[in-house]
Write a protein that binds this ligand. Structure first.
Ligand code: R5P
Length: 312
């Protein structure tokens, strides 16, 4: 059987970053493309060095595909990605592609206060100038900011439908709930695809008692199963509060579906203590599956999307 790497003389090379070796390997296997070795070292002064082993290939690749993710150690991972892209694009005859399922600094996607950087814009412009003609990411915090600030071709793969679909084996006709209005688009996308009801949580503060309530805008969660969907879990505060409030409001069972699980400090404990039955996430960031965490491998959707856009 012909593989993507040999069809129509199109040759691909997959270049793995330190944070995404397994994901890169799975993508290489699915595309039938070689996974190149990387020689890495750190100089005595702390500077990083990489060298991609292109000798493994008979001819330079049409497409060099750098796969990395920007957590953990986001700053080191970012520098490594820039260096890999720079090394790749001098060798590549057609396009250099960056596959970065989780892009650090994506939440600073606009100026909130005068004097701040738009960190996401700075990150994207470095990726572009290091050599990325195309950037493929997964469930980015702001798809609009991605389009605006990456001056090449960018693709944001939505996966909330896959996450919610996976939750259906634990839940009965759940309400798909966003923890806030900002997360509504990914919730709407999944719910409409799967024929489920959806809503988002709204915060109210009692002006007299100061008590904060968090309730769905339209629907009632009483006696209902709920899947809360978000892009990022960092400290776990947002999800834990949302889950706790749903259960206080009479929800029967709560499952969390989040694309990027950073799980800082005791985030997991917070989420479990809030009464969440299961966390469904992806390997956009390296994570182990446990009896509480179900991990969806992104290599399948990423490979399919690549095959669609490279047209081979
Ligand atoms: C915020 O805009 C994001 O979509 C997430 O809701 C947020 O990053 C979650 O952070 P944490 O887990 O620290 O509450």
């Amino acid at each position: 059987m012909k593989t993507l790497a040999t069809i129509d003389n199109t040759s691909l090379a997959i270049i793995p970053g330190s944070n995404a070796f397994n994901l890169a390997k799975n993508i290489a296997e699915k595309l039938g493309a070689p996974l190149l070795d990387i020689h890495r070292k750190v100089f005595p002064d702390g500077e990083h060095y990489v060298r991609i082993n292109f000798e493994k290939l008979v001819v330079p690749p049409n497409y060099s595909i750098v796969v990395n993710t920007l957590y953990p150690k986001q700053n080191d991972a970012f520098i490594e990605t820039l260096f890999l892209l720079n090394a790749a694009y001098t060798e590549t005859s057609m396009n250099t592609i960056a596959i970065i399922p989780y892009i650090a600094y994506s939440r600073q996607d606009k100026l909130f206060l005068r004097g701040e950087p738009v960190s996401f814009e700075a990150v994207l412009s470095c990726l572009r100038s290091a050599g990325a003609d195309m950037l493929l990411t997964v469930d980015v915090h702001s798809p609009i900011a991605l389009k605006r600030y990456f001056k090449g071709f960018s693709i944001n793969i939505l996966v909330s439908d896959l996450l919610v679909k996976a939750s259906l084996k634990y839940l009965d006709k759940p309400i798909v709930l966003a923890p806030d209005k900002g997360a509504l688009n990914r919730v709407r996308y999944a719910a409409l695809k799967l024929g489920l009801e959806f809503d988002y949580l709204v915060k109210h503060r009692d002006r007299v008692t100061g008590e904060v309530s968090l309730e769905p805008k339209e629907l009632s969660v009483k006696e209902r199963d709920v899947v809360i969907v978000d892009d990022i879990i960092s400290t776990g505060g947002t999800i834990a509060l949302a889950a706790q409030k749903c259960l206080e409001n009479g929800a029967r069972k709560v499952v969390v579906a989040a694309t990027h699980s950073l799980l800082i400090g005791n985030a997991l404990e917070k989420i479990r203590n809030a009464g969440v039955a299961k966390l469904i996430t992806t390997n956009s960031i390296p994570i182990e599956e446990t009896d509480f965490i179900e991990v969806i491998d992104l290599s399948d959707v990423i490979s399919k999307e690549l095959q669609r856009v490279i047209h081979v």
